[in-house]
Design a binder for this molecule. Structure first.
Ligand SMILES: Cc1cc2nc3c(=O)[nH]c(=O)nc-3n(C[C@H](O)[C@H](O)[C@H](O)COP(=O)(O)OP(=O)(O)OC[C@H]3O[C@@H](n4cnc5c(N)ncnc54)[C@H](O)[C@@H]3O)c2cc1C
Length: 489
């Protein structure tokens, strides 16, 4: 790193949002996912200044990532700009930045964007930094089997899925029949909701969408394998719906392999161990990893400072009111937490974010805060194919077309913004009533960039190539901190 860039990185400043009211309670929110966005919105009428810091400039609707990966939806429809979503909420400042440090005692958060490194002070903090993919101790698997956690992941997978068919077409046209099996086999690891949805969509893609598009391959002959070390599909939905989902997938030609443990992965295939100890190999160019989560690294720093323990997935044990021990002004919500076996789903993050916001307002108004966060389970659903889904709502179980209609309605309702809702509805009509998919575009950069960046390691310095950003970025938002003791607020 050049000296001047290093200087900029070291010159951390305490930033206060431009429109902030001196003396007003400052809430910093980390993350623009479900927990972060919904907590910011819940503070709309509160007498507070909110700074929402996120490492992405969008709010991502993760449940529909698989539809971006399989060409049904564009990334813009499921990831509107957070700045736009919150534009009319005057008390929120949206900041792009990767939070690198949190100091609970000093009440500061340090965020980095390129070479700009900025410190934000808070009176209350809501941490909603979510979770990434876990490869169960084998991070090297990521190279060959991308996960499904971000827009980058979905676009890379789109490229890999459609790209595999392109490679198969070339092989078939040049008589390389021996390569066809590998090129036209798709393996999805993990038979939870994401894996089931991915496997179902790849099957529909090969059997419906691409049916007439190639001259040398029959896309319908693609082999789709869904495998999991567990002995059930969709374990969170119970035996009955799990069985229904498995049967539906099998009727679509998906090979469901349960009790199959992934031992190794490489560019050309995957090695699996069956329950009887037999090892076998599945040749497959395109592999999707839809198993396991690892909570944000920020959990570790929160744990070290508060003494709250982490579980094996890096989730932090929060107090019943979602705060950290000894820090009643610090809330952690969503996928980062472990509490009462709450599932890692959007509603836990949304309700947790709203709960945290409500407690902050109560405290400011001198009211007693609630001692316990209680989660209201609105049910869960997963699609398998067009016209087929499973849904579990309270004691009721639905499957098939009815569940699919419920799934459509719920997802359309929760997508952020009228523009995205209309666009999504239109794209669904094209894909589910017709056989087309409107978002098949992919580029080579989308497939190769992650691997190229990984290979460069510490030699890859985006700030060096894109130019220093620190003076402009920090200068614009720097203002002296006129607060004597933030805790007085
Ligand atoms: C493919 C997929 C499908 C899913 N399907 C469903 C479903 O059908 N139904 C359902 O209920 N749930 C589903 N989920 C789970 C649901 O999306 C999550 O439970 C939910 O997103 C958790 O919300 P969150 O706010 O905790 O984290 P996220 O939504 O992941 O948001 C985390 C935010 O933190 C930001 N961030 C992370 N680290 C930092 C940092 N260091 N500094 C600054 N910002 C940071 C990220 O950019 C992001 O904005 C699915 C998840 C995936 C991945």
């Amino acid at each position: 790193m050049s000296d001047s860039l290093q200087d900029q990185r070291d010159s951390a400043v305490v930033a206060v949002p431009d429109g902030a009211v001196p003396g007003r309670h400052r809430v910093v929110i980390i993350g623009s996912g479900f927990g972060g966005l919904f907590s910011a919105r819940a503070l709309a009428d509160a007498d507070v200044d909110v700074t929402l810091i996120s490492s992405t400039t969008h709010h991502l609707f993760q449940p529909l990532l698989y539809q971006v990966a399989t060409g049904i939806l564009s990334e813009g429809l499921i990831a509107p700009a957070t700045r736009e979503v919150l534009a009319k909420q005057g008390n929120v400042e949206v900041v792009f930045g990767h939070v690198r440090e949190i100091d609970l005692a000093a009440r500061t958060v340090v965020a980095e964007a390129l070479s700009a490194r900025t410190t934000y002070s808070f009176d209350s903090l809501i941490v909603a930094a979510g979770a990434g993919q876990s490869y169960f101790g084998h991070p090297e698997f990521a190279r060959f089997a991308p996960g499904m956690k971000s827009i980058d992941d979905a676009l890379e997978l789109r490229g890999r899925i459609f790209g595999a068919f392109e490679m198969a077409e070339i092989a078939a046209a040049s008589g390389r029949e021996a390569d066809l099996e590998r090129l036209m086999t798709f393996v999805v690891v993990g038979a939870g909701a994401t894996g089931v949805e991915m496997a179902g969509q790849i099957a529909e893609l090969s059997k419906r969408t691409l049916r007439h598009d190639f001259r040398n391959i029959a896309s319908k002959n693609a082999r789709i394998v869904l495998l999991d070390a567990a002995d059930q599909v969709l374990p969170a939905f119970g035996d009955h719906l799990g069985d229904k989902a498995r049967k539906r997938l099998e009727s679509m030609g998906v090979e469901v392999q349960l009790g199959a443990k992934v031992i190794d992965l490489d560019a050309d295939g995957i090695e699996v161990e069956d329950p009887d100890g037999t090892r076998r190999r599945v040749e497959a160019l395109c592999k999707v990893w839809a198993a396991g989560v690892q909570a944000s690294e920020l959990g570790r720093t929160l744990s070290e400072q508060s003494g709250a323990e982490l579980d094996r997935a890096g989730r932090i044990h929060v107090q019943p009111d979602l705060t950290l021990p000894g820090y009643p002004n610090v809330y952690v919500v969503g996928d980062m937490i472990t509490l009462d076996n709450l599932p890692g789903v959007a509603q836990v993050a949304i309700q947790g974010g709203r709960f945290a916001a409500k407690q902050i307002v109560r405290r400011l108004q001198g009211e007693a805060t609630q001692e316990k966060f209680s989660y209201f389970d609105k049910g869960s659903m997963a699609t398998i194919s067009r016209f087929s889904a499973v849904a579990s709502v309270g004691r009721l179980r639905f499957s098939g077309f009815v569940a699919w209609l419920m799934w459509l309605a719920v997802h359309l309702f929760y997508i952020i913004g009228f523009k995205s809702q209309i666009g999504t509805f239109f794209h669904w009509a094209v894909s589910f009533l017709g056989r087309q998919r409107g978002e098949r575009t992919f580029t080579e950069q989308q497939i190769y960039a992650r691997l190229a960046i990984d290979r460069l390691g510490s030699d890859f310095r985006p700030s060096a190539d894109l130019g220093p950003a620190a003076p402009a970025a920090t200068g614009a938002i720097d203002r002296p901190d006129d607060r004597s003791d933030p805790s007085d607020a």
